[in-house]
Design a protein around this ligand. Structure first.
Ligand SMILES: Nc1ncnc2c1ncn2[C@@H]1O[C@H](COP(=O)(O)OP(=O)(O)OP(=O)(O)O)[C@@H](O)[C@H]1O
Length: 746
């Protein structure tokens, strides 16, 4: 097999060399042609046409070259590890069984015989799903049947078979043990050789419009998303592009952490956004509170503040906005002036009277659209009258050759006046672009005042909505929008203006869905109306919010998303951590017994009790040093940023990396970060800082402790200054070891 791959690689490299020479030649021609005389008018036109043609040639040559380069990279990977699985099948109408090999990508010899099947090919599903005996698999032509006689797994490194096992299971434990026992990398790895059956159901679900995955910590949700994207791209090559898939990720560290998985499978990465990035792009000029800020602030929120947030994030609030928009009389719409260079260009009264010309029977968004068109028409008229003005004529007279060429392109003019008008219009258009943008972006409705006005119409027990509106306005002065206001503001804007939807995206993935409010999820559905949604999360990993049962969430979303095919998949097996760590983390939860640990053995988690800060610092330092002997990365996780800064100060001489919301990569060595920045991440060794009763006494912190514990792959230590939190001491004492500080220093 490897010989054949090598042959093919050699052949492709020769083609690549040829293509490379061709590209250089075409590029050389292009740069020579682009230099020809641009002064004479006739030459200009010819040159332009030729340049366009040459540009096309260059683009094609480059594309050809990059396709070949990609093939070489694929063959290179294949050469090192051609396949990881083999299935022997007996089709009913065949005399002999057939052995099929399964790898990261397909490979056929020169005669077109398939030697390796891509893991995503229809037949490969048998490898992940089937137990020996009669099996069915889906193909584009319908369901097929065959008999599975043998299933064999391999580990091949640099062309050498390291292990192989025959198994009747999905993927036997031996290989998984080995994969999970390895040290953490800077980047997440693909799991295609060891995908488990339930994970495979997520990856290969092509039917659901809404797929919700409730999976315990470490159950492979993030892995499943990425392999699912690779699967979807493979199966819809012609109709789906990586740019039509967007993944909402919890933070930038996570974005970076997962960025290698798709390229390792020969696919381009999808778009990635954090919720804050999404909001900030749509609410230009505003700073929208990030989840990071939210977590920091929420710890000091009063009960009433929390109540207001909860209300604003629920379905009722969204329903109220929709009702408000439906019943809003024209007189109450907050029109705004459009200004240009500090002067009113279109006055709000003029805008309102345009709006009022359109029948009241129309929806507001339709009237807004018509108003917009009318404003653009009026702007065009103003442009025409502006062309004759001195400032424009002066610019035309002083135009450079280059600028002229750029503005005029290949056009011929019948007269000087035509030419003058054409160039003049271009100049004024450019100058008035800012007004055009303001109209286009619907800035003639003051959406923020409208939202504040909406708030004052509300009346619910215990909440002073006048005051809420005042706070919103005060934030606005600082160009700041609280996270809970962002989705409702945008929804109100979109309802009034008919904007804000993006039909390009076919799939939206949301990881850590438990951190999203119903209002935000509903807005995302509104923003991506054509997309199928995959939502993944763990209701137990909720920070500062009540746990929502997944079935309940699915029911709510099914109603508000108005989808036909919704599916809920539950993952209860955790792969990340040793059995001891998973069992300890699970015991922290009231219904943690549903969590199944994968049978990988390791040391018991250790709680170290220090009497005071000095002892704790000494323990922390020693622990870091001893853990660093075994592992590349040690993460000290704290409950908030303030504590992370404190720990980082304490350990200054060990040079820890203090991570912040803006960080994009995970350094090696000792890293210190608050738990909400570690969402979705994992570390070889975790030290939980100060799990004392004083610090983690309230039930409220249960989820936080669970997330901290479940970030550890191989080792978990927890330091407490003074009495340990009852959330920990209440669990079975066999599940963790205790060391007093002085014991540890012996
Ligand atoms: N089938 C598998 N084969 C090999 N490794 C796996 C498999 N499933 C999960 N893992 C590994 O388990 C770890 C946890 O997976 P992942 O991060 O996808 O889980 P998660 O459910 O998103 O976790 P969390 O909710 O805690 O962020 C990763 O290191 C991943 O590579």
């Amino acid at each position: 097999m490897i010989e054949k791959i090598c042959e093919q690689k050699q052949h492709t490299e020769e083609l690549y060399e040829k293509a490379h020479k061709e590209t250089s030649q075409v590029e050389q021609n292009y740069s020579q042609n682009a230099k020809v005389n641009l002064i004479e008018a006739d030459d200009r036109i010819e040159t332009h046409a030729e340049i366009q043609q040459q540009k096309g040639l260059v683009a094609r040559a480059v594309e050809n070259e990059s396709i070949l380069k990609r093939q070489i990279d694929e063959l290179d990977d294949l050469q090192k590890s051609p396949y990881f699985g083999r299935i022997d099948i007996q089709d009913e109408d065949e005399d002999h069984p057939e052995s099929l090999y399964i790898g990261i990508s397909s490979f056929a010899d020169r005669d077109g015989n398939f030697l390796i099947y891509d893991w995503r090919a229809p037949i490969s599903s048998i490898y992940y799903n089937g137990t020996l005996g009669n099996v069915t698999y889906d193909t584009p032509a319908g369901s097929m049947q065959t008999e599975l006689l043998k299933k064999r797994q391999f580990t091949i490194n640099h062309g050498e078979i390291i292990h192989m096992f025959d198994t009747n299971e999905t993927v036997g434990d031996e290989l998984l043990q080995q994969a999970l026992g390895e040290q953490n990398d800077e980047h997440m790895r693909n799991i295609v050789s060891t995908i488990q059956k339930e994970q495979n159901d997520i990856i290969r679900d092509v039917r659901s419009d809404l797929l919700v995955v409730q999976g315990v910590a470490g159950s492979g949700k993030t892995s499943a998303i990425l392999q699912r994207i690779a699967f979807l791209l493979y199966h819809s090559r012609a109709s789906l592009d990586a740019d039509e898939i967007v993944l909402f990720s919890p933070n930038r560290l996570y974005s970076r952490y997962i960025s290698d998985v798709l390229p390792s499978l020969g696919e381009r990465n999808m778009r990635q956004l954090t919720l804050a990035e999404f909001f900030n792009r749509r609410l230009e000029g505003m700073h929208v509170q990030t989840l990071f800020d939210r977590f920091e602030n929420q710890q000091s929120n009063s009960k009433v503040e929390q109540k207001i947030i909860n209300f604003k994030e629920g379905q009722t609030f969204i329903d109220l906005i929709q009702k408000y928009e439906k019943e809003l009389p024209t007189a109450k719409i907050k029109f705004a002036n459009i200004n240009y260079q500090g002067e009113v260009f279109f006055a709000k009264d003029e805008i309102q009277s345009i709006f009022e010309q359109f029948p009241q029977s129309m929806r507001i968004k339709e009237r807004t659209l018509k108003t917009k068109n009318e404003l653009i028409k009026r702007l065009k008229k103003r442009v025409d009258s502006e062309i004759k003005k001195d400032w424009v004529q002066n610019q035309i007279n002083q135009i450079s050759e280059e600028k002229y060429h750029e503005l005029v392109g290949r056009r011929h003019f019948k007269s000087y006046d035509d030419e003058n008008y054409f160039i003049g219009r271009k100049i004024v258009d450019k100058e008035f672009q800012i007004i055009d943008d303001a109209i286009f972006n619907d800035y003639f409705i003051d959406i923020y005042s409208q939202y504040a006005a909406f708030l004052t119409t509300l009346s619910t027990a215990d909440i002073n909505w006048q005051q809420v509106a005042k706070t919103f306005n005060a934030n606005l002065e600082m160009h700041y929008i609280a996270l809970e206001d962002a989705a409702p503001v945008m929804l109100l804007r979109d309802l009034l203006t008919g904007s804000g939807t993006n039909r390009k995206f076919q799939y939206v993935f949301i990881d850590e869905m438990q951190d999203y409010s119903i209002a935000q999820l509903m807005y995302l559905k509104h923003a991506f109306p054509r997309a199928k949604f995959t939502l993944l999360g763990d209701s137990e990993q909720t920070l500062f919010k009540d746990v929502t049962e997944p079935q309940m969430l699915l029911k709510k979303l099914k109603e508000s998303f108005q989808v036909k095919r919704a599916n809920l998949i539950t993952l209860n097996r955790s792969y990340r951590s040793t059995a001891q760590i998973t069992n300890f983390a699970a015991a922290l939860l009231p219904d943690g017994d549903k969590i199944q640990a994968f049978s990988r053995e390791g040391a018991l988690p250790t709680v170290i009790i220090a009497d005071n800060q000095d002892q704790a610092t000494r323990d922390l330092r020693r622990l870091c040093q001893s853990e660093l002997e075994d592992y590349g990365t040690i993460a000290i996780l704290t409950k908030n940023m303030e504590e992370s800064e404190h720990v980082s100060d304490l350990l200054r001489d060990l040079n820890p990396s203090l991570l912040n919301d803006g960080d994009r990569s995970l350094p090696k060595g000792i890293v210190v970060l608050p738990i909400y920045l570690a969402k979705g991440l994992e570390f070889d060794s975790v030290i939980a800082y100060n799990v004392s009763e004083e610090n983690f006494g309230d039930q409220f912190w249960r989820g936080t402790l669970y997330i901290i514990a479940s970030r550890a792959m191989h080792h978990l230590n927890l330091i407490s200054i003074g009495d340990v939190s009852k959330l920990i001491t209440n669990i079975n004492s066999d599940m963790f070891g205790i060391q007093r500080s002085f014991d540890f220093s012996k």
